[in-house]
Design a binder for this molecule. Structure first.
Ligand SMILES: Cc1ncc(COP(=O)(O)O)c(C=O)c1O
Length: 371
């Protein structure tokens, strides 16, 4: 049996909607992008959704919008995709990297407080793999220290906390539309916020600093230096077609995750990462903690099951060592443990229960061979 890690959700309807855009000749950002943004914001429940070229560029836009730059510090977790910290250096600020909780893999709230200085302007917590943060705790930190919360919600479309979706809790949230996410445009990102002025600024910035109030070309004004982070109509058609199925896709992921939990309950030596009791995990990735992760991962791949590590421990990488725009605050012990033990299992729409049983049986067998 061959089981991939992911399969993007591509239907005939989706292909037809892309063809329609191609036939229309209107390929750059346009009405399809705006429809995609509207559908995204309605699903999240946010006031605004702004499409951009990636989560990385979206995070950069968010930092620039909050006027964060040289001399400022931004706190980020060590266990995350490198983009979370790289965007801080891209705007010229210092990324202060702190440890995560070993059970949930989420940023350690005490470590945030310990790392806060007079220069701290923002925290970028990551709802890693679709596991929501404790937004009550983050709100207390925000109010106590007067810092912005920019959520790296790359993996968290459909995750929620206390009945409200990820995307409405932070000052600004940024989602990824990379193919590892279950709504994907190939490459792309979406920013959400409740703040009118920030939404206007971010929308203008990604349109070359254009004043977006004038609709006809001859009266367009460029009010500030901006850039081009627009998402094309072509890519937006892909995202929009998937948004039409988002509830079904999300329900399916949660069912598959529950199947895994039931099947894994019979396997010794496995720990499932912790989720806040009032949160709903959207399972961008279904992760487990095991011993001998690398040997198990290799054997499972040899047997046709594409398993993967979780994500990265930034402090182990050259980009974040001896870099004047990076400060490692602490020993990152939990991040290292999580990095060594986390294994991601296949999860995609269409994965059958027979395949899930095969994956768990193989995992069980492989783990027994390595104890
Ligand atoms: C936590 C996190 N942040 C940021 C990114 C970067 O997203 P993008 O590829 O859309 O720039 C990723 C991508 O996987 C991610 O997992």
């Amino acid at each position: 049996m061959k089981i991939p890690l992911i399969k993007p959700f591509i239907t005939d309807d989706l292909k037809n909607s892309v063809l329609k855009v191609l036939d229309s000749g209107y390929l750059t950002e346009g009405p399809v992008t705006h429809e995609f943004e509207n559908s995204f914001k309605e699903f999240i429940g946010s006031n605004y959704a702004i499409a951009v070229t990636s989560c990385t560029t979206g995070l950069e836009v968010a930092l620039r919008c909050l006027n964060i730059g040289p001399g400022d510090e931004v706190i980020v977790p060590d266990y995350t995709y490198p983009a979370t910290a790289q965007v801080v250096a891209i705007v010229g600020a210092t990324a202060v990297i702190v440890d995560v909780h070993a059970d949930s893999m989420l940023i350690d709230y005490n470590a945030i407080e310990a790392a806060i200085s007079k220069k701290t302007k923002a925290v970028i917590p990551v709802s890693i793999f679709g596991n929501p943060l404790d937004y009550d705790h983050l709100k207390r930190i925000k109010e106590k220290y007067n810092v912005f919360i920019i959520e790296d919600a790359a993996c968290s479309i459909g995750a929620s906390f206390k009945g409200k979706n990820v995307g409405v809790w932070a000052d600004i949230s940024v989602f990824s539309l990379h193919p590892r996410k279950f709504i994907t445009t190939g490459e792309g990102g979406m920013i959400t916020t409740e703040n009118d002025a920030w939404a206007e600024w971010m929308n203008s910035y990604k349109h070359f600093g254009m004043n977006m109030k004038n609709s006809n070309r001859e009266s367009i004004r460029f009010d500030m230096i901006g850039t081009n982070y627009k998402l094309s109509n072509i890519l937006s058609a892909v995202g929009l077609a998937q948004m039409k199925h988002i509830d079904e896709l999300l329900d399916n992921r949660i069912t598959l995750a529950n199947n895994y939990k039931n099947l894994l309950a019979q396997v010794e030596g496995i720990q499932i990462p912790a989720t806040h009791p009032e949160a709903i995990h959207s399972y961008q990735s279904f992760c487990i903690f095991i011993d001998n992760r690398d040997q198990v991962m290799t054997r499972m791949r040899e047997n046709g099951v594409e398993v993967q590590i979780g994500t990265y421990s930034l402090h182990k990488h050259t980009a974040f060592q001896n870099n004047p725009l990076v400060r490692l605050d602490g020993m990152m012990r939990n991040s290292s443990v999580v990095f060594d033990h986390c294994l991601t299992l296949p999860l995609y729409y269409g994965l059958s229960i027979v395949e899930q049983k095969y994956i768990v049986d193989l995992l069980n067998q492989t783990m027994n061979d390595h104890t």
